[in-house]
Design a protein around this ligand. Structure first.
Ligand SMILES: [Zn+2]
Length: 276
């Protein structure tokens, strides 16, 4: 397919295509070490730091810094959460304020590439984010050797734009394949849904980050069922404890998990980096 100025692609899509045309045809979904960072990436672990709520920082085996849903003013965020000198990419699961969070200020300051569903990416571009890439579900964007695949989520996604609600398309989750082949599924805000089995069959995520707080998303009982569908090696809870209504806890999740999954649960403390 040839992209020209006269094509129907928006500016958002063209930013993506122009800057990363060389990656477009890359079969990055294969579970293998990426060629650009082969030796080093294999030995370097993946660092995952929970920043409270649904916000995570990944220090990738290839030396990149990637954020998801960077609401760094959340009550559980560590005090140094916003001290970010280098950010390469930011992934946004949906349009709600507690997920877009501090994206615009961080992306503007660091020049990070922001990946979101098409409509949210367009919105962020209009808000001044210099590099945006709008993709859609089942699509993959390969960024600097990291394959970012958008998957379904069962939630809502309106954008609160200075008090005026905007349609923010669908909510989403992401499956991220890092340079060493390790794969993480961040479910975004969602309830449990049967197609999580499809995510497991297609992508086989090693690590799953699942909301467990309840009220706006699934709680421990539903997240335990999600683990059965996803069959991961490591289970990490998120979107809990931020406000009193998000009352689900990892301890409750552990109780609800079938015996073979209980040992896979890792409880992260905000701001403390774990390595995988
Ligand atoms: Zn949320």
């Amino acid at each position: 397919m040839k992209y020209t100025k006269n094509s129907l692609l928006s500016k958002t899509a063209l930013t993506c295509v122009k800057r990363f045309a060389t990656f477009a045809a890359s079969p990055m979904l294969r579970r293998q070490t990426m060629t650009t960072t082969k030796g080093a990436a294999k030995k370097t672990p993946l660092g995952i730091t929970w920043l409270g709520h649904s916000a995570f920082r990944f220090d990738t085996p290839g030396g990149k810094v990637l954020l998801i849903d960077p609401w760094l003013d959340n009550p559980k965020a560590p005090s140094n959460a916003k001290q970010l000198h280098k950010v390469d990419a930011i992934l946004i699961t949906h349009g709600h304020n507690d997920h877009i969070g501090n994206c615009v200020e961080i992306a503007t300051r660091t020049n990070a590439m922001v990946v979101a569903i098409y409509e949210v990416a367009n919105y962020l571009g209009k808000k001044g984010v210099p590099n945006v890439c709008g993709i859609n579900k089942s699509g993959t964007f390969v960024f600097e050797g990291i394959a970012i695949t958008m998957v379904d989520a069962n939630h809502s996604s309106g954008i609160d734009s200075d008090g005026i609600p905007l349609a923010g398309a669908d909510p989403a989750g992401f499956v991220i394949t890092f340079e060493n082949g390790s794969r993480v599924y961040h479910a975004g805000d969602t309830g449990v849904f049967l197609d999580m089995k499809l995510i497991a069959d297609l992508y086989k995520p090693d690590i799953v980050l699942l909301p467990i707080g309840g009220f706006y998303t699934m709680g421990p009982r539903e997240a335990a069922k999600a683990c059965e569908l996803l069959n991961p090696k490591i289970i990490i809870g998120m979107h809990y404890g931020t406000f009193p209504v998000l009352g689900g806890t990892p301890q409750e999740l552990k109780k609800d998990l079938p015996p073979r999954y209980k040992k896979k649960l890792r409880i992260l403390e905000p701001g403390v980096r774990a390595e995988f």
